[in-house]
Design a binder for this molecule. Structure first.
Ligand SMILES: NC(=O)c1ccc[n+]([C@@H]2O[C@H](COP(=O)([O-])OP(=O)(O)OC[C@H]3O[C@@H](n4cnc5c(N)ncnc54)[C@H](O)[C@@H]3O)[C@@H](O)[C@H]2O)c1
Length: 242
C-alpha cells in the first residue's frame, strides 16, 4: 500500500516539482490547486496522482477535501503546504483586503490543512510528515519582500514549531523549508529590475530551480527525515551567512 501525500499549490512551479519528486519516491500524491485546468491536466502525464480542485482560502472546502481524501485512501501520511503567493503592495499603502488575502492564501490555508491532516494521519504507520513551504523573506530584510508576505511566512514557521512540539510523541514531524529566489511563475509578480537585483544577489549568480527545493521536501518525507522536526531549513546558496 503506497503512502499518501497531499501537496497544495500542486500546479505551480514548486508544487509540480514536489509532486514529481514524491511520486518518484513511491508515494501516491493528491495534488490540490485552485487552477482547475492546470491541476486536472496533470493527470494526463502522471500515474499515482489524484487531482483536487480547491480554493484553500475556504476552511469548509478544506474540511470537505480531507474528508474526501480520507474516505478514498483511508488517511494521509504526508502534507506539503506549498500553495502561496506574494502580493506586492508596499507599506504603508497595503489595503486591509490585501493583508487579509495574503494571510489567507499563505497562512490560514496551511493552518486549516494542518488541522485536518493531523486527524487524517491518526493511526497511520511510521513517522508522518508535514512540510511547510515558507520563505527566506521571513528572515532576510535586505530583499524586496513586502511586510505582509514576510509576516505570513513567519506565522507559518511558528505554526511549524508548535505542531512539531505538540505532536512529537505522536510521531508527526513538522518542518519548514524557506527558499530564496527559485525560478517559478511567481517571478512574474516582480518588475524586471527587482528580479534582476534579487537574482544577482544569489551567490551562484542564478536562481535556484524548483527541483532543488523538491529534493529537500522528498528528503524530509523519506525515512531519513524521521529525526527532524521543528526546523526551519533555509535554502539560499549561502546568501545570508554573516
Ligand atoms: N519562487 C520563489 O522564489 C519562492 C521563494 C520563497 C518561497 N516561495 C513559496 O513557494 C510556494 C510555491 O510558490 P511558487 O513559486 O511555486 O509559485 P507559483 O505561483 O508557481 O505556484 C503557486 C500555486 O499555488 C496555487 N494557489 C494560489 N492560491 C491558491 C488557493 N487559494 N487555493 C489553492 N491553490 C492556490 C496557484 O494556483 C499556483 O498553482 C509559495 O508558498 C511561495 O510563497 C517561493
Amino acid at each position: 500500500m503506497k503512502r499518501i501525500a497531499v501537496v497544495t499549490g500542486a500546479a505551480g512551479g514548486m508544487g509540480r516539482a514536489i509532486v514529481d519528486r514524491l511520486i518518484e519516491d513511491g508515494l501516491h500524491v493528491v495534488g490540490v490547486d485552485l487552477n482547475a485546468p492546470a491541476v486536472l491536466g496533470m493527470s494526463a502525464d502522471l500515474s499515482d496522482f489524484t487531482p483536487e480542485v480547491c480554493d484553500l482560502t475556504d476552511a469548509e472546502a478544506i474540511f470537505d477535501l480531507f474528508d474526501r481524501i480520507t474516505r478514498r485512501f483511508g488517511g494521509v501520511d504526508a502534507l506539503v503546504n506549498n500553495a502561496g503567493t506574494c502580493f506586492m503592495s508596499d507599506f504603508p499603502d497595503i489595503s486591509a483586503d490585501e493583508l487579509d488575502r495574503q494571510m489567507a492564501v499563505n497562512f490560514s490555508s496551511a493552518f486549516h490543512c494542518c488541522q485536518q491532516a493531523v486527524k487524517a494521519m491518526a493511526g497511520r504507520a511510521g513517522v508522518r510528515k508535514i512540510v511547510n513551504i515558507s520563505s527566506n523573506g521571513a528572515y532576510n530584510f535586505d530583499v524586496f519582500d513586502p511586510p505582509h508576505y514576510r509576516a505570513s511566512k513567519a506565522a507559518m514557521d511558528t505554526l511549524t514549531k508548535d505542531l512539531a512540539r505538540r505532536y512529537a510523541r505522536d510521531k508527526i514531524a513538522c518542518n519548514s523549508i524557506a527558499p530564496a529566489m527559485t525560478q517559478t511563475p511567481l517571478f512574474n509578480v516582480l518588475t524586471a529590475e527587482v528580479l534582476d537585483r534579487a537574482i544577482s544577489a544569489m551567490p551562484h549568480g542564478h536562481a535556484m530551480q524548483p527541483e532543488q527545493i523538491a529534493a529537500w521536501v522528498g528528503f524530509l518525507i523519506s525515512p531519513a527525515g524521521d529525526v527532524s522536526s521543528g526546523n526551519v531549513i533555509i535554502l539560499n546558496q549561502g546568501r545570508d551567512v554573516r
